[in-house]
Design a protein around this ligand. Sequence first.
Ligand code: SAM
Length: 283
Amino acid sequence: MIRRTVMRLASVHKAFFLPNLLVSLVLSLSTTSACAQAAREYEPRVGQAGKDVVWVPTPDELVEKMLNLANVTASDFVIDLGSGDGRTVIVAAKRGARAHGIEYNPEMVELSKHNAANEGVGERATFAKEDLFQSDFSKATVITMFLLPQINLKLKPKILDLKPGTRIVSNSFTMGEWKEDDSASTNDDCTGWCTALLWIVPAKVEGIWQLAQGELTLKQSYQFISGSLKSGNAVTPIANGRLKGEQILFNAGGVLYVGQVSGNGIQGTLSSGGTWSATRVGK
Ligand SMILES: C[S@@+](CC[C@H](N)C(=O)[O-])C[C@H]1O[C@@H](n2cnc3c(N)ncnc32)[C@H](O)[C@@H]1O
């Protein structure tokens, strides 16, 4: 009896659900191919409106310069903020990196997916229709952008809170008082959008640190540090203080201190020989 009911249900299932399944499969395939067709036919115009910035593509040569300046390798996760037609994400993915584009214009997002698939990097290059101001880009090891100076300034506090060592590379536009760590330009006859600027998110080191050599007081302005090393009554100013992500360098009393910052600790070496370590004891 139970067996007969199950058999009947199975045949109803086959008769009713199988055709429905086929219909929805055909519908979803035709929707996908309609999207692919739309992406193929969509032709963005240089200067077309965007939510906060118009679309202007970064020249291919500068895309390469930007990724070279940030030293992008297969171990990176690159996020392009305002990714346009996906070109920077695609080139990063071709270098073996995982790469992701955040773009507000849904047609540009579809075009980017189509372009990435065409270039054979559809797996490693992903795109999301999102507002860059609402998006989480904290997992990136490299951030690329071609936005506007005032947008860079608005993003700056969030960028400075990223993991120390995260590289930020911008097409042409600066970051206000936060001077770039490095820059590179395309060839001499380049007439527009020729310069890549690189920042490395510095560790936060401002405060008082206890060392075997004395008490180190550090003031920080982005990647630059100043301060003094106090040992007994002797106060030695530090010179050439610098941060490169989590790496710290400064001179005190003719000795070069190089170290690696990890939260409230530093481990390093001295140019005079030997090692040094420090613990943060105050703000
Ligand atoms: C100057 S284009 C740069 C495109 C691409 N990054 C490149 O270098 O070729 C800026 C892009 O940001 C997008 N955009 C503008 N405001 C945005 C926002 N709030 N969130 C995400 N994307 C945005 C625009 O649609 C445009 O595609």
